[in-house]
Design a binder for this molecule. Structure first.
Ligand code: C2E
Ligand code: CA
Ligand code: CA
Length: 769
């Protein structure tokens, strides 16, 4: 397909238009030589007519004049019409016209020669006509080689009648003469072709070279880098526009032949470089051009912009220098490195950069004290939740500002993430100075903030670790400062604490407990004990509360108060609680049918486990009647998503399971719960009994709660009854329905509870006495 197209092109226009068109123009260019040539030819024809008296020869002369005149008219016409000729086709038409005219003209010369032979015997005329025509023909390739068709047409136009003349003259010698001329004619055609090809090749090559040069020039001047090529003598070969722009050079400067120093001096004049820099730069650049050092070079311009130079030596000697304005890139790099090291919200160093700085500070402190403080905001989450994140951000920025103002320039303040900050006091004279700063941090951060017109109050807790006293490595210091913070928060928010080795031991113990707990659960190492609740009317056991026991190989019986919070945090409580529940139901199923079992459920079980399903399964598995199961929940269960919790409690009630509110009086003790939730029982915390001996207030409160609950139709249990006096006091209050406590029995192993279940209170008390 491609070759087909190419062939077609070759046939139609064997030359590119930009070469072909000027060639045709050249044919029409010279009218004068036409006049001179044809005047000479017509005079020669007239002379032969005059000498021989042959009339036909006069006609020949006239013919030459007429054709010349017509050609001259045509040439004028071409000159006139030329500006309107747009297409190669139209130009080709004019070429053909020219060839036609020139061929006729050549034929006339040939015809004249033939006629001198045909009409006369005059040897002079023969020689004269033959020579003139031949001379004209010999000049043809030189004049017209550009158009090979024109050359052929003229040679044939002259050659055929000339040869005819010789053959007409007859005889052996003339015939040989005629034959000998033929190769000569052919050679003329070849010469013309060769001339033409040579010319065209040169023209085309020249054109290609100038195209290439143009393209190269365009590329050079449109590249974003400045470029300067030096020869082996370190003189400029070429520079591009960008190069001159960057160095402030005029067009004529930065051309061939200049030296590095000259370029630099021009650049000084243009105000781009400082004069004092020239010597150094010239030395640096020259050593690189010599190939001694090919590392890049950075130049700071007078206007503050940064240039980066790279050097590339060339195989044939000399080098190319690329010059780039890297100001923007440099500042972007600086910005990125700032982003990587600073917190974008507060502008404080981030965790990573702070660690770096801490490392430096610790090395610099040279075993003098450094205090590392972990600062955590109290109630920040609430602010974020109620006022929204944008205002939370404003608050964090305000906190960062206050911290910044609290410390000395040598100290470090960083944002560790979220609402955690780290302050490093370096150098620190010791714990007193650290404590003073911690106190100021707590006080300053606890001052009221104004956020978008809202008055916001938050607190702060601080954990402090001292180097070298507590630790030396940054990570270790941060870890134990965090540990101290944990204790500060557990203690009482809005305070500060130093790290103590005890904390580490406790943390360690806690980790050990976590491991042990997992192990115990996997190995079924737990037991359920049961503590009876006595009905004060019937004087008999009405319910037994299931209480978890963990007999530990090394530590003896571990209190659930100790390990249940850990199990909750680890999420183990869901599986553990399920096990207790099933165990308790199974045990209860063996008891007399009027005795219930009470099982404690923690808030986490509500949050993470599917409580209803777990209870249903336990009941189904053990065959226990739902009405014999009591679930004890504390108020903390109710703090969670109340709607979801309510739905669960309703489902449990629908199942027929009873619900008790445990530890009432220790938490919020919201009376509204008593009324709004599907409760069956309230268990009044034993802390009320502790107060009974010392004053009436506790008793009044206890009675109040008991009566209110009673009126709402709830059973009332008083927990923690340890003395007969306490029993007497609560028994005097008719709304109290049950009592639980060591006075009757502690939590007992299942086996012992079974024997006890038929006991009444008097028997129980006897046993205690
Ligand atoms: P709680 O539900 O308030 O359980 C009553 C706690 O008071 C039990 O402690 C019990 O042994 C103790 N107690 C009973 N009578 C007296 C008394 O006269 N005087 C004093 N001073 N204490 C008495 P225990 O067994 O150590 O349980 C502590 C807490 O652990 C329980 O408090 C309960 O919140 C939790 N717990 C126990 N077992 C489980 C369980 O299986 N699941 C869940 N989620 N929590 C449990
Ligand atoms: Ca309980
Ligand atoms: Ca309780």
């Amino acid at each position: 397909m491609l070759s087909l197209q190419w062939r077609k092109q070759e046939r139609e226009a064997d030359l590119p238009a930009e070469i072909y068109v000027p060639l045709v123009d050249a044919l029409y260019a010279d009218v004068r030589s036409l006049y001179i040539g044809s005047s000479a030819a017509s005079l020669a024809a007239l002379l032969t007519a005059w000498k021989t008296g042959a009339l036909w020869l006069i006609a020949c002369a006239a013919g030459i004049v007429i054709v010349t005149a017509l050609r001259a008219v045509d040439m004028r016409a071409y000159a006139r019409i030329r500006p309107r000729l747009q297409t190669v086709e139209s130009i080709r038409h004019w070429e053909q016209r020219y060839i036609f005219g020139a061929a006729i003209y050549a034929f006339q010369l040939g015809a004249w020669t033939f006629m001198t032979f045909y009409f006369t015997d005059d040897a002079f005329s023969h020689l004269f006509a033959f020579t003139v025509t031949l001379a004209y023909m010999v000049g043809t390739p030189g004049r017209n080689f550009a158009s090979n068709r024109l050359v052929r047409a003229q040679i044939i136009g002259e050659g055929v009648p000339m040869s005819a003349a010789l053959f007409y003259a007859g005889g052996f010698y003339y015939a040989v003469f005629g034959l000998c001329l033929l190769p000569f004619f052919v050679a003329l055609v070849f010469i013309s072709d060769r001339l033409r090809n040579t010319l065209l090749e040169a023209v085309i090559k020249g054109r290609d070279i100038s195209l290439l040069a143009n393209r190269f020039d365009t590329a050079l001047n449109n590249m974003p880098h400045g470029l300067c090529m030096f020869d082996a003598n370190q003189r400029v070969v070429v520079t591009n526009q960008r190069f001159r722009e960057i160095l402030g050079l005029e067009l004529e400067i930065g051309q061939k032949g200049q030296t590095v120093r000259e370029l630099l001096l021009y650049s000084v004049d243009a105000g781009a470089i400082l004069r004092s820099e020239v010597d150094r730069l010239a030395r640096e650049i020259e050593s690189r051009l010599k190939g001694k050092d090919i590392s890049g070079l950075t130049i700071l311009k007078q206007d503050g912009r940064t240039l980066s130079l790279t050097f590339q030596s060339m195989a044939q000697g000399g080098s190319v220098v690329l010059i780039e304005d890297v100001t923007e890139r440099k500042s972007a790099e600086a910005r990125i490195s700032h982003l990587a090291r600073y917190d974008s919200l507060t502008g404080l160093p981030n965790r990573m950069y702070m660690r770096e700085q801490m490392e430096k500070a610790l090395v610099g402190a040279d075993s003098k004290p450094v205090a590392v403080m972990f600062v955590d905001l109290d109630q920040f989450k609430q602010v974020n939740d109620t006022l929204g994140h944008p205002r939370g951000d404003v608050l964090l920025r305000a906190v960062a500002d206050r911290l910044r103002h609290l410390v000395r320039p040598s100290d470090i303040v960083a944002r560790f993430g979220g609402d955690e900050f780290v302050v490093v006091q370096t150098p620190s004279s010791g714990p007193e100075e650290a404590a003073a700063l911690a106190r100021r941090i707590v006080a300053t951060l606890s001052d009221t903030y104004e956020v978008d017109g809202h008055q916001v109050v938050i607190g702060a807790s601080v954990g402090i670790a001292m180097s070298p006293r507590d630790a030396n490595a940054p990570d270790h210091l941060l870890k134990i400062a965090d540990m101290a913070l944990y204790w500060a928060k557990a203690d009482q928010r809005g305070t500060w604490r130093f790290f103590e080795p005890e904390m580490d031991i406790r943390a360690h113990a806690r980790r050990t407990m976590e491991l042990d707990l997992r192990h115990a659960l996997a190995n079924n190492a737990f037991q359920v004990f049961y503590q009876p609740l006595f009905d004060l009317k019937t004087k008999r056991v009405s319910t037994c509360e299931a209480l978890l026991r963990w007999p530990h190989a090394l530590r003896g019986m571990i209190s659930p108060a100790e390990f249940i919070p850990v199990a909750e945090e680890m999420g183990l409580i869901v599986d553990l609680g399920k096990w207790v529940l099933t165990e308790a139901c199974r045990e209860c199923a063996t008891w007399p049918t009027d005795v219930r079992v009470a099982v404690n459920l923690s808030a986490n079980q509500f949050r993470r486990g599917n409580v209803v399903k777990t209870i249903e399964q336990a009941l189904a598995e053990t065959g226990l009647d739902p009405s014999r199961l009591e679930i004890e929940i504390t108020e903390s269960v109710l703090f969670q998503d109340t709607r979801a919790t309510r739905a669960i409690l309703d489902e449990l009630r629908d199942l027929g399971v009873r619900l008790s509110l445990d530890d009432f009086g220790t938490g919020y003790s919201s009376l509204s719960y008593l009324q709004s939730l599907p409760l069956n029982k309230v268990k009044i915390d034993r802390s009320f009994l502790e107060g009974l001996d010392t004053g009436d207030r506790a008793l009044v409160l206890l009675r109040g709660i008991a009566r209110l609950s009673g009126e709402l139709g709830l059973a009332v249990t008083v927990e923690g009854v340890e003395t007969v006096e306490q029993l007497a006091l609560i028994a005097a209050e008719p709304s109290v329905t049950e009592a639980q406590g060591w006075l009757f029995a502690p939590a007992l192993p299942a086996r012992e509870v079974r024997t006890l279940l038929s006991s009444t209170i008097p028997e129980m008390l006897e046993r205690v006495a």
